[in-house]
Design a protein around this ligand. Structure first.
Ligand code: DDH
Length: 287
C-alpha cells in the first residue's frame, strides 16, 4: 500500500540562510549593553559546545542540554538565558530547526555580522528530550585560574595551544557583568566588532590588579576602562601562549583564519552528524 501525501505535501526543506538572516536582523539593540546581542550569542554557542569531553565523548553542542536544569543554572552559564530567550522567536519562525543547530548557527551569524571571518557551519544536531544528558558542572574554564587549568580544559575538548589561544581571542567581543560572573567591564574599546584587538591590548597595555571589592581582575594602567581576567593574563604569562598571542596581535588575517577553523571545530565537537552532511557557508547580510 502506498503512503498518501498530506494536503500540504512534505515540509519544504529548511533554508539556513533564511534563518541566518533572521538572526542577523535581531542583533542590534541600542538599549542592550554596547548595542548588540552578538557577544552574548557567541558566548551561548561557546558554552553549549565547550562542555565536550573527548575521553567520554559527552557534552558539546548536540542536544542543546542547557535548556534544562541543572545545566541552565550552572554558574558559568549565568546570563545566558538572555541569549536563549532572544532566539525563541526565531525558533517559532523556523520550527524545523533544532535548538542545538539554532544556538550554534546564531554564534556563527553573530561573529560574521560583527566583522568576523566566515565560519563554515554544519546542520544536523538533535535536541535532547530530558536533562539526563546534561554535562556535569565544572567543564567550562574558571576565570580565576591559570594556564595549567586552561590547558586541562581545552585539552579535554581536543584543542592544542594554538587553537586555544585563537578561541580565547573572542574576548575582543562583549564584556563582563557583575550580576553574571561577578567580573566587570569590556576587554576592548570596540566590543561589538570582531578583531585581533584583544591580543594587541593584552601585549601593549600595562595590566595592573584592579583596586576594588570584586573578584581579582586586571585593569589597563593608562585608563582603567578595560579589563583582563586572571585567565586572560595566562596568555601573557605562559611562554607558548604568549608567542601565539604575539602572532595574532601582528597578523589579523592569520588570526581570522585560525579563529574560523577553531570555532567551526568547537561547534562540531561530539556531534554525530548525519552521513553526507557538509559544511555550508552562510552569507553575511552586508556582503
Ligand atoms: Fe569568555 N568569558 N571565557 N570566552 N566570553 C566571559 C564573556 C565572554 C572565560 C570567562 C568569561 C572564551 C573563553 C573564556 C566570550 C567568548 C569566549 C565572561 C563574562 C567570563 C567570566 C561573563 C559575564 O559576566 O557576562 C574564560 C575563563 C575563558 C577561558 O578560556 C579561560 C572563549 C573560548 C570564547 C569563545 O567564544 C570562543 C564572549 C563573546 C563573552 C562576552 C559575553 C557578553 O555577554 O558580552
Amino acid at each position: 500500500q502506498k503512503a498518501v501525501a498530506t494536503a500540504s505535501g512534505p515540509a519544504k526543506p529548511l533554508d539556513y540562510q533564511e534563518v541566518y538572516d533572521a538572526i542577523a536582523k535581531i542583533l542590534d539593540n541600542d538599549n542592550y549593553d554596547d548595542g548588540s546581542y552578538a557577544p552574548v550569542l557567541v558566548r551561548l554557542a561557546w558554552h553549549a559546545s565547550g562542555t565536550y569531553d573527548k575521553n567520554t565523548n559527552t557534552g558539546g553542542s548536540n542536544g542543546a542540554t542547557m535548556r534544562f536544569d541543572p545545566e541552565a543554572s550552572h554558574g558559568a552559564n549565568a546570563g545566558l538565558a538572555v541569549a536563549r530567550k532572544l532566539l525563541e522567536p526565531i525558533k517559532k519562525q523556523f520550527p524545523q530547526i533544532t535548538y542545538a543547530d539554532l544556538w550554534t548557527l546564531a554564534g556563527v551569524a553573530a561573529i560574521q555580522e560583527v566583522g568576523g571571518p566566515i565560519i563554515p557551519w554544519r546542520a544536523g544536531r538533535a535536541d535532547a528530550v530530558s536533562a539526563e544528558v546534561c554535562p556535569p558542572d565544572g567543564r567550562l574554564p574558571d576565570a580565576a585560574k591559570d594556564q595549567r587549568h586552561i590547558r586541562d580544559v581545552f585539552g579535554r575538548m581536543g584543542f592544542n595551544d594554538q587553537e586555544t589561544v585563537a578561541l580565547i581571542g573572542a574576548h575582543a567581543l562583549g564584556r563582563c557583568h557583575t550580576d553574571r560572573s561577578g567580573f566587570e567591564g569590556p576587554w576592548t574599546r570596540a566590543p561589538t566588532t570582531f578583531s585581533n584587538e584583544y591580543f594587541k591590548l593584552l601585549l601593549e597595555e600595562k595590566w595592573v590588579a584592579r583596586n576594588w571589592t570584586g573578584p581579582k581582575q586586571f585593569a589597563d594602567k593608562s585608563t582603567g576602562d578595560l579589563m583582563m581576567l586572571p585567565a586572560d593574563m595566562a596568555l601573557y604569562n605562559d611562554r607558548t601562549f604568549y608567542l601565539q598571542s604575539y602572532k595574532y596581535a601582528k597578523d589579523s588575517d592569520l588570526y581570522f583564519r585560525d579563529f574560523s577553523a577553531a570555532f567551526a571545530k568547537l561547534l562540531e565537537l561530539g556531534v554525530p552528524f548525519p552521513e553526507g552532511s557538509a559544511p555550508m557557508v552562510l552569507k553575511p547580510t552586508n556582503a
